[in-house]
Write a protein that binds this ligand. Structure first.
Ligand code: ADP
Ligand code: MG
Length: 599
């Protein structure tokens, strides 16, 4: 299933000029940071050092909060752990004193494990409960630091680590922190641009679409929690060095708020925004020294103003591209002749078979003993009045619902209920009755999410943008480009998905489903909200897809479309099969005519 589609013409590579343009703000910030020690006094260098250390933590936390949308408020706990780990190990209060590099590596490991520990509840808990657990963890960490006097020095504290030359002076240390901050920026930018970054945003904004694309939320979250924890641990070591003496008071709740709010003010899913916000928030209390006691209040006020005035934060303010008007009178014209380039192999020929499926929601029997066979290479229509169980049938096939009894098979394999993220491996793709868009991502990115299971690189390879990750990106981009041309949306590839019209979103979802090079395509009312012309074009696209060997299940209300393109039609009523057969048989079926077609 993972063959790379050869395209009739090369995918449009992102213009080099465009990429360079995006680098300008980062280069400018780095340039100012490098010049700073030579034009400003030590005090400014100190603030800049602090901002760099904070950014080491915030940049990685950004993947958790800004990308994955997890409300990790108490991340200061990991800074605390890193600070104490390095200080205790270098001071030798417990074990013999260790070399600095070992101490920092240990801080990274402790941070990663703690990040995982704090993060695990996110796999089960809803957002606010998760936020509370991170806060609880922060409180516990501080309490342990206070109580465990033999090791941590309790309320009196212990000295931070001493760095050797050339990092033992303010300038050397600053440049070290700056270098690490730059490396972390590069790493998180690599992740953001990879399938992992798109997957995180997909989990945040369209979790079910992510799941049917084969994205595993637990695996992805574990990876970012480990990474984010490790970065926070290292930041803790640097923080302890900067402070030169640490006690539990140094790790205030304000600090945790700063980390979190920097990401919100910066803008979800952005790197530049949170970077600018981190610099501003580090600098602001210094600038307004008399207002220091008000800093929490100032942060809150700033957050409120930004959230009200520019919900997307700094990143949205800087996103000039999304304010350019789009062409009106856009028509989606699919090019099904390109499907041959996508389906280079004819899919294997076994059917999806539902046998005696029953599913109740309380007293409602949504599906009541359903038998259904979706043959490869055919369009199978599934019709019936609202509430007759069509969408529920799709959800059973996709593993979102566990049937009370009955099985879903593909060939000899029984599809396990309740594992939607494994359906993509079987080659089952679907669209949704309400399009599941990742609004803040581009149309191209939305579509690329659908090809996630073809990616080979690991998270670590994505962090460093190693060749396999690069190859994944080229392959996915090329295939997405092809899928967009097939559905006729290539002109909108770079546009944010939330700017699309409803009908365009329907075609975008089909393109995302095609990314899987699926064996089966389940469409839930794809013609709803489309014009007559668009429905006709959609119909011939679906027919073409089935001619490439794909088994299509088409849920629709437009009877014309159903009877025109389906090979087989099943009529549901109250979760039961009312009629089943060829379009002609169904059209003339007595019960159908009286009960459903109203004639
Ligand atoms: P259709 O797609 O044919 O319009 P559905 O499959 O969405 O119908 O719904 C079938 C029946 O199951 C309806 O009575 C609906 O209210 C019920 N139902 C669907 N999903 C749920 C759910 N998650 N919880 C409770 N009832 C549900
Ligand atoms: Mg429905």
């Amino acid at each position: 299933m993972n063959h790379t589609a050869s395209t009739p013409r090369p995918a449009a590579a992102p213009a080099l000029g465009h990429t360079l343009l995006k680098l300008i703000p980062y280069a400018a910030i780095l340039a100012v940071a490098l010049v700073l020690p030579f034009i400003a006094n030590d005090y400014w260098v100190l603030i800049a050092t602090r901002a760099a250390i904070y950014w080491v933590l915030v940049s990685a936390l950004n993947l958790v909060v800004g990308f994955a949308g997890q409300l990790a408020i108490g991340w200061v706990a990991l800074l605390t752990l890193g600070a104490y780990t390095t200080s205790v190990l270098t001071a030798g209060t417990v074990l013999p004193p260790m070399p600095l590099l070992v101490a920092f590596a240990a801080a990274a490991v402790v941070g990663a494990l703690a990040g995982l520990l704090v993060g695990l509840p996110a796999l089960r808990l809803r957002t606010f409960y998760f936020a509370m657990t991170t806060l609880g963890f922060a409180t516990i960490t501080t309490q342990i630091a206070l109580a465990w006097q033999d090791v941590t020095g309790g309320g009196i504290g212990i000295p931070g680590p001493w760095l050797p030359s050339p990092f033992d002076n303010a300038l050397g240390f600053y440049l070290l922190c700056l270098g690490l901050a730059a490396v972390l920026t590069w790493m998180t930018a690599n992740v953001a641009r990879s399938r992992f970054g798109r997957g995180l945003v997909a989990i945040r904004d369209a979790e079910v679409a992510a799941e049917v694309s084969g994205i595993s939320k637990p695996a992805l979250l574990v990876a970012v929690f480990l990474f984010s924890g490790a970065a926070a641990g290292v930041a803790g070591g640097l923080f302890a060095t900067l402070q030169s003496y640490i006690s539990p008071e140094a790790f205030t709740f304000d600090l945790s708020v700063l980390f979190f709010i920097a990401i919100l003010i910066g803008g979800r899913g952005s790197i530049l925004g949170p970077l600018i916000a981190t610099i501003v928030l580090t600098w602001l209390p210094e600038f307004a020294a008399p207002l220091v006691v008000w800093s929490t209040f100032l942060y809150a006020l700033l957050l409120l103003v930004i959230v009200l005035a520019v919900p997307g934060g700094i990143a949205a303010m800087l996103d000039f591209g999304s304010r350019r008007p789009l062409a009106r009178d856009r028509a989606v014209v699919p090019r099904e002749e390109l499907l041959g380039a996508l389906f280079t192999e004819r899919p294997a020929s076994s059917a999806i078979v539902l046998k005696d499926v029953v599913l109740s929601f309380g007293a409602v029997r949504a599906i009541d003993g359903l038998d259904l066979t979706i043959d490869p290479g055919e369009v199978h229509g599934l019709i019936g009045p609202n509430g007759s169980g069509k969408t529920t049938t799709l959800n059973v096939i996709c593993g979102f619902y566990k049937p009370d009894t009955g099985t879903v098979r593909v060939g000899d394999d029984v599809l396990k209920p309740g594992e939607p993220q494994h359906r993509a491996e079987v080659g089952i793709a679907r669209t949704f009755q309400t399009p599941r868009l990742i609004g803040e991502s581009t149309v191209l990115e939305n579509v690329m999410v659908g090809g996630d299971t073809s990616g080979r690189a690991t998270f670590a390879e994505a962090l460093l943008n190693l060749p396999r990750n690069h190859a994944d990106e080229v392959m996915l981009r090329e295939r997405a480009d092809l899928a967009l041309r097939i559905v006729g949306l290539e002109a909108l590839a770079g546009v944010r998905a939330d700017r699309l019209q409803h009908s365009e979103l329907r075609f975008m979802e089909i393109a995302r489903a095609l990314m899987l090079q699926p064996r089966f395509l389940l469409l839930d009312e794809p013609a709803a909200g489309l014009s007559g012309d668009e429905i006709a074009r959609l119909g011939s696209l679906i027919e073409s897809v089935s001619r490439h060997g794909v088994g299509v299940l088409l849920v629709e209300h437009h009877a014309d479309l159903i009877f025109k393109i389906c090979h087989h039609v099943t009529v549901l009523d109250l979760g039961r099969v009312l009629a089943d057969g060829t379009p002609d048989e169904v059209r003339t079926h007595e019960d159908v005519v009286s009960a459903y077609l109203g004639g």
